[in-house]
Design a protein around this ligand. Sequence first.
Ligand code: B12
Ligand code: SF4
Ligand code: SF4
Length: 332
Amino acid sequence: METPLSGLAAQLKQQARNLGFGPVGIATLPGSPRIGLRTAALERWLAAGYQADMAWMADPRRRQAESLLPGARSLLAVGLNYYVAAERQPGSLKVARYGWGRDYHRVIDGRLRQLGRWLDQEVTGVRWRACVDSAPLLDKVWAEEAGLGWIGKNGNLIHPRQGSWLLLGHLLTNLELPPDQPAEPLCGRCSRCIEACPTGAITEPFVVDARRCIAFHTIENRDAKLPDAIEAGLGTWVAGCDICQDVCPWNQQALESSSEPDLQPRDWLLNLQADQLQTWSEAEWDERLRASALRRIKPWMWRRNAAAAAPAQAKTTANTKPSADSRHQPQT
Ligand code: B12
Ligand code: SF4
Ligand code: SF4
């Protein structure tokens, strides 16, 4: 027999899809034994120092989702497809896809609040809280629990048809909504991401050491100089890194390209030169990165990252230019 809240859960998920989310799913709190296992993995990660200087990762509330909303009984997990079938110009410095469009924190948070207000109209006295990234919640773990996808060996949540280009958000509520089934893990024997990571940051399947991760260093590291080992593996990445996702077979199937205006790349991001970034003024940075998640990377960090990536860019540019011989080949 249907529980009284199953109708509401179905409507809530439909409302979420209408707002552009998908996949969507529900998990009950405090969650299955899987949540306990993943929380223990967080403890091991912290004990190993893999959080680098992100001290906020140790916030005890991250171990207990109920602490984020008194009386929380379930959550709606949502994915936002941020895959856009656009190409970077040959020789461009690389900005990771999550930063191409409008700041996803704002986009997802705004839509989750709309969902919360919809719940307010449906159920008297309901309580809810929207969480996106910066809230101390294990986003991927709860999305996995709610059936959105599995956590891959590259540490990203993967959906069997949408790949891993999904940004995640959650709406916690005091309603006891009926849960969905967790997704099946489908990495199998593959280990492409581990082999492809140029800095060896995936120390073992599912475990990313931020101290060795290009994404951490280009976005979060506030030191004047990047570590030598990171500079050596950086290639042309200046904001985040997508290598362990680019190589994933689940991202190499025909993926749906998002047509949402909020997610479309700003043109200049796809054609970015090191010398351009070196001369960026504060005003230009402010203007170009209005409402962008990339504002976390301050102007001096862009300069630092660009200087470190310049040698690799010079090599790519040399390789993409026609060679002296081919330039003089007669046209056939
Ligand atoms: C800290 C953080 C980072 C750090 C550390 C990365 C990391 N893997 O932890 C840095 C700055 C490096 C980073 C980079 C990126 N991030 Co980030 N990040 C976060 C944040 C804030 C916390 C993640 C976390 O809890 N880490 C702690 C460690 C312990 O967790 P973990 O590595 O995820 O490990 C878990 C699993 O591996 C699992 N696990 C452990 N053992 C085992 C064993 C088995 C068998 C299984 C199945 C699972 C499993 O349990 C662990 C504990 O939960 C989340 C937002 C959030 N609130 O959750 C976003 C988040 C994970 N990041 C996100 C993104 C997009 C990225 C980048 C792709 C951005 C980029 N292109 O540069 C990269 C990807 C790097 C990578 N390969 O992981 C998205 C991921 C979306 C998705 N589809 O998965 C999130 C969820 C933000 C969001 N709300 O959308 N990130
Ligand atoms: S984001 Fe880049 S550096 Fe970090 S684990 Fe993935 S491939 Fe390695
Ligand atoms: S590259 Fe292979 S091992 Fe890594 S996440 Fe994708 S399927 Fe899993």
